[in-house]
Design a protein around this ligand. Structure first.
Ligand SMILES: C[S@@+](CC[C@H](N)C(=O)[O-])C[C@H]1O[C@@H](n2cnc3c(N)ncnc32)[C@H](O)[C@@H]1O
Length: 266
């Protein structure tokens, strides 16, 4: 058989193939704006980004007692993970195999404490809503990342009704509601409740993208998600809420997203 080779597309030696964009990586995983997708694909998304961009030195922000990777994952995926948390108590509950870093990710002193360009991947799940100075958090993340590094934040967004209620209710009342509907979540128990501020926690590009660009990230992607299970135990409200969520998702009304991934590259 006579095979013809097209050498016009061959790459000169030493030139690496182009890397996929963040959106391409998400699409390859089958990105869907359904909230279940965001929870089921958080770890696969981290692994896909790490693999695509060769990210080996990770910082999990606010990983506390429940880091995303297990000890076995570290060898399996050839990654090193440092777990950060603001709380010594939470960090003490993290597995012993991980390096640990106790600090407020949003403090002005954090970069000096952690070191510039120390990591190539930083990520957090359900942490950003607890941080008051989110702009400082992202400035710190940018500083501790090496050029070419990436970061992902997975967070709940306003103005999804359950999070609006959580923000409006006094802390004692929101704890009482949480304990009534989710009795397994008790203070100081398996899953303590941390006060939430929701600063810049939105599913719209208009809120976060300008800040992240100004900080210096060269690529910024926001993946919005719709839906949640908070009202499933309330008959009537469940159906009304499901209909509204379906409409918001169909029209991509970013004001009413429930969760978002913000993914950036330095
Ligand atoms: C709701 S828990 C989420 C824990 C874990 N990421 C998960 O998804 O299960 C929030 C965590 O973020 C930590 N945290 C809150 N504010 C923080 C900050 N400014 N810097 C670092 N960690 C913080 C809390 O101590 C807690 O461990």
């Amino acid at each position: 058989m006579n095979i013809r080779h097209d050498f016009s597309t061959a790459r000169p030696a030493g030139i690496l193939p182009p890397q996929p964009g963040i959106r391409e990586i998400a699409e390859a995983l089958g990105y869907s704006p359904d909230w279940n997708w965001s929870w089921e694909n958080y770890k696969p998304m981290l692994l896909a980004l790490a693999e695509s961009y060769g990210l080996r030195d990770h910082l999990e922000i606010g990983g506390g007692r429940d880091p995303v990777f297990s000890e076995a994952d570290l060898a399996r995926h050839d990654i090193r993970v440092t777990i950060n948390d603001i709380s010594e108590t939470e960090l003490a509950l993290a597995p012993a195999a991980f390096s640990k870093l106790c600090c407020d990710i949003a403090a002005p002193t954090t970069v000096a404490q952690v070191g510039r360009e120390r990591f190539d991947f930083a990520y957090c799940r359900m942490v950003m809503e607890h941080v008051e100075d989110v702009a400082q958090m992202w400035r710190n993340v940018h500083a501790v990342l090496r050029p070419g590094g990436a970061a992902l934040s997975f967070f709940p967004t306003l103005y999804a009704p359950p999070f609006v209620l959580n923000e409006l209710m006094p802390e004692r009342l929101s704890r009482a509601v949480l304990h009534t509907f989710f009795p397994d979540r008790r203070d100081g128990g398996e899953n303590p409740k941390f006060p939430a501020h929701y600063t810049l926690c939105r599913g719209s590009e208009r809120v976060l993208v300008p800040l992240l660009r100004e900080i210096g990230f060269r690529e910024v992607e926001v993946l919005p998600f719709y839906g949640y299970s908070y009202f499933w135990k309330v008959p009537g409200l469940r159906q009304v809420d499901a209909a509204f969520t379906a409409l918001a998702r169909a029209r991509d009304w970013r004001t009413f997203t429930s969760f978002a991934y913000v993914i950036v590259r330095k």
